[in-house]
Design a protein around this ligand. Structure first.
Ligand code: KIV
Length: 273
């Protein structure tokens, strides 16, 4: 039997809830997490969307790309993060080649929900992934799409660089964005696309866009937590910001990030590329 929850329990962020946030004009705060203790901090800071990204291959495992990350790796980290969350929506990446066809994507997406405790999965690209998105949604697996710079295709793209700079490429990304929405995606991560393109996509889609390196015109923002805390060795991506360097504790840095995204002060507007 279903009973009402006590009033003091804040409602969980859900897949349909993300769309409602966009409709209300509420900016979505997203951040990556890879373990239980950090998940407790992001939960306490009120982050809406917690991504167990396959970026863990680079920042946790020290690999040169995200390609070696396995579904087992994702399930392991996802289950750890799930233990620290109550309200936040837990989203897990489908790693490289875990989505080679629709049936494989359903099986692996299903593992991330059933074994990892995720409540949404993220899939990079469009093309043949549209069938995978439709199949997962058809099996009750909420999906976040990911377009622009898709790190699993780093070798095909020739490096980690902004996508959609010329008119034809921008049009292709806009078309892909409409296609993933039609296929049933509940949200769309836009990584490293020009600010104007991200703003156009955000205005045209009903589902929320979550930007990273795509300017302030998206409906939400995501950062790799190790970048925004200055943990990642080497140079930080230019669009990121070290919120810990501004002073205080890790908890205060996450709160400052969440406040800046909600206030619209992060990320700042950039000159057109
Ligand atoms: O893997 C990841 O952390 C991601 C974000 C960069 C969006 O996909």
């Amino acid at each position: 039997m279903y009973v009402d929850k006590p009033a003091r329990v804040r409602a969980q962020v859900t897949a349909p809830g993300l769309r409602a946030m966009k409709a209300r004009g509420e900016r979505i705060v997203a951040l990556t997490a890879y373990d239980y203790s950090f998940a407790c901090l992001v939960e306490a800071a009120g982050v809406d969307f917690v991504l167990v990204g396959d970026s863990l291959g680079m920042v946790v495992q020290g690999r040169p790309t995200t390609l070696p990350v396995t579904v087992d790796d994702m399930v392991y980290h996802c289950a750890a993060v799930a233990r620290g969350l109550q309200r936040a929506l837990l989203v897990a990446d489908l790693p490289f080649l875990s989505d080679v066809d629709a049936a494989t994507a359903v099986r692996n997406g299903g593992r991330l929900l059933a074994e990892g405790g995720a409540r949404m999965v993220k899939i990079e690209g469009a093309g043949h992934r549209l069938a995978a998105i439709e199949a997962m949604v058809g099996h009750g697996i909420p999906v976040c799409a990911h377009l622009g710079l898709t790190p699993q295709s780093v070798h095909a793209l020739g490096g980690y660089r902004t996508q959609g700079r010329d008119e034809a490429a921008a049009r292709a990304i806009l078309e892909q964005a409409h296609a993933v929405e039609r296929a049933g995606a509940s949200a769309l991560v836009l990584e490293c696309v020009p600010d104007a393109l991200a703003a156009t996509i955000s205005a045209e889609l009903a589902i929320p866009t979550i930007g990273i390196g795509s300017g302030p015109g998206c409906d939400g923002q995501v950062l790799v937590s190790y970048d925004m805390l200055g943990i990642t060795p080497g140079p930080r991506p230019s669009f990121s910001h070290d919120f810990l360097a501004d002073g205080g504790s890790i908890a205060a840095a996450i709160k400052a990030y969440a406040d800046a995204v909600r206030a619209g002060s992060f990320p700042p507007a950039r000159d057109p590329a």
